[in-house]
Write a protein that binds this ligand. Structure first.
Ligand code: ARG
Length: 589
């Protein structure tokens, strides 16, 4: 279905053409002055330059051509040459009627679906998830769903950090604590145990301990490096132990991500591409792209146009060890071989931008990916505390994701249980649902690249620009629809919409009509925050309409039925949007 704003623009475009001007100048936008009009066309201002004519005269000539229009109820020319417009009620109603009947409210999906990989999550095995991992998971999941809503073939890959020094550190510490394990016995030839010799809580204690120790104990650090190398070179016992660490850690991650309503199609990691590295490096050398510099192997990636110097991309350290960049390059090679993607989007902390600039350039230069593959770095900002500094626990430690979620859920449970009708298990479940909306919306409503302040009190509020407010609006609609059904009302889908009876109702209807344009923007700009902005306005306009309208006591059946139909459409749009954002609404709260 054509976007509403495009239909309106086509009508003004026709008028521009009829008056002898370029139809493209008829482009309109939602009014910046809602007190004056609903839409505005500034084309006459641009036309003034092209046609050397006063904009006011052009606007008047165009307005003349709109005298008979059945699209607009108001065409008002104001100085110096703006055209203020209101849409006809029945035109708006008819559009909404079509939206109800169409798939995805008439949103135009991809004609040629693209294959897009989204690299997000990026947790590190054996390290607990912390608040820094929140954004990648929450934004990445929303981006994936936006792409899918658009009809593209979007694949989420978690890209586990499962191959670095942290694995060597854990192995080193385990060896100190349990030297008798068969994994450390070089002469051992039997089958290794199926059970891991540690739990996830052991791991959570071991890693920070080993990491701290290696910082003050040089010999310990050396040992961890050596053990990392042995692991990577394929030591049988270390590989078996590493599998355990991976399994235990991943099982725990899956729980955490499930709580966030985040799922991945691929659980690949840095280790997955280990065997691709030697061949890739050889080819880079043979093709003359990689060369030795101060013992290390590098690829030049600087461009003359760079405002700041981009240092060469390091492929191998002087001791021959692979780096973060090396695994990212090999991952690109694998993704190219496995899925030949049209696009790869990385949802990673923006402080890693330089790493990705280097990686992308090296991959393009060395032909690891096909030339039309678009590599996108979607860098996000930091989560800060109220003091404006990176978010920490009360005693200054790194905030674990699970603690953060627990804190929000507890504060939510208090609010939910204030309603005597919702207690016990239902209250718990509702608190989790609303809590998740609080966290996700609190994050997603900010432009991803910006830092934001994690403000528990604000995020969990039922009022203002928050997730709970959006859910509250949905629940309110569901409750009215429930009452209507209980009265023996007809199924809302079978009812006809009506003409708006008030300005508030028309505002709501115009918001709904803008759905496709908003979704298209969210898609093109990879911008979940646009969806948040949209549902916030939609909720506000719905609530104004609701407060000014006595729906349930309306005696005029046609009016009441039209409102019920409008409520159902509003609910359905809101629920579609929050599903794309990655959370859902309870039945009541
Ligand atoms: N594990 C990394 C980190 O914690 C993030 C991985 C991001 N993705 C990537 N392909 N490099 O910083």
């Amino acid at each position: 279905m054509q976007q509403f704003i495009d239909l309106l623009s086509a009508e003004t475009g026709r008028a521009f053409a009829a008056a002898g001007y370029d139809a493209a100048m008829g482009r309109i936008s939602v009014s910046g002055r809602p007190d004056l009009c609903e839409y505005q066309c500034n084309g006459a201002m641009a036309g003034a330059k092209t046609y050397h004519k006063a904009p006011f005269v052009i606007a008047q000539e165009v307005a003349e051509q709109l005298k008979e229009t059945s699209v607009f109820s108001l065409v008002d020319v104001v100085k110096p040459g703006f055209i203020n417009l209101n849409v006809q009620d029945d035109f708006l109603e008819a559009y909404l009627q079509n939206m109800r009947e169409a798939d995805k409210f008439g949103f135009e999906t991809s004609k040629e679906p693209k294959m897009i990989i989204i690299d997000y999550g990026g947790p590190n095995v054996a390290k607990p998830l912390h608040v820094g991992h929140l954004r990648s998971a929450v934004i990445g999941e929303a981006v994936k769903r936006i792409l899918r809503f658009h009809g593209d073939n979007a694949i989420g890959d978690i890209h586990l950090g499962d191959w670095g020094l942290q694995m060597g550190l854990v192995i080193t510490e385990l060896k100190k604590r349990q030297p008798g394990l068969p994994y450390f016995d070089e002469g051992f030839t039997g089958e290794y145990p199926e059970e891991a010799p540690f739990t996830v809580s052991d791991l959570e204690e071991i890693y920070p301990y080993a990491s701290a120790k290696s910082k003050e104990d040089e010999a310990y650090h050396e040992e961890a490096l050596e053990n990392t190398r042995l692991l990577q070179d394929g030591d049988r016992g270390y590989r078996a132990l590493w599998r355990h660490i991976l399994n235990v850690s991943v099982a725990d991650m899956k729980k955490n991500y499930a709580n966030l309503n985040v799922t991945f199609d691929l659980w690949n990691g840095e280790s997955t591409v280990h065997d691709l590295i030697p061949g890739m490096v050889e080819k880079m050398k043979a093709d003359g792209f990689a060369y030795e510099s101060q013992g290390a192997l590098v690829v030049d990636v600087a461009k003359e146009s760079d405002p700041k110097e981009v240092p060469p991309c390091m492929i191998l350290k002087s001791d021959g060890a692979a780096l973060y960049t090396t695994t990212d390059l090999a991952t690109l090679l694998m993704r190219e071989q496995d899925c030949h993607p049209d696009e790869i989007i990385y949802v990673v902390d923006k402080r890693q931008e330089l790493h990705f600039v280097q990686t992308f350039r090296a991959a393009e230069k060395c032909g690891l990916i096909h030339p039309d593959c678009r590599l996108v770095f979607d860098g996000f900002g930091t989560v800060n505390g109220k003091d404006g500094r990176p978010f920490k626990t009360r005693d200054g430690g790194v905030m674990r994701l699970s603690s953060l979620i627990a804190e929000i859920d507890a504060s939510m449970l208090e609010k939910i249980e204030a309603n005597p009708a919702i207690q016990g298990e239902e209250a718990q479940k509702t608190a989790q649902q609303v809590g998740l909306a609080a966290i996700k919306y609190g994050d997603l409503s900010n432009q991803a690249s910006k830092d934001y302040i994690f403000d528990t009190e604000k995020f969990t509020s039922f009022e203002g620009n928050t997730g709970p407010y959006i859910l509250y609006t949905i629940v309110r609609i569901k409750s009215i629809l429930g009452k209507y059904a209980a009265e023996g009302g007809k199924a809302p889908e079978t009812l006809r919409l009506g003409l708006p009876q008030s300005a508030a109702e028309k505002n709501l209807m115009r918001d709904i009509a803008g759905f496709s344009a908003m979704m298209q923007e969210a898609y093109e700009d990879i911008a979940p925050h646009r969806i948040c902005g949209y549902i916030y306005q939609l909720s506000n306009d719905f609530n104004s309409f609701y407060h000014g309208t006595r729906i349930m006591t309306e005696q005029d059946v046609a009016k009441k039925e039209a409102w019920i139909a409008l409520l159902e459409l509003t609910r359905s749009i809101l629920e579609t949007c929050i599903d794309v954002l990655g959370f859902e609404a309870p039945e009541r709260m």
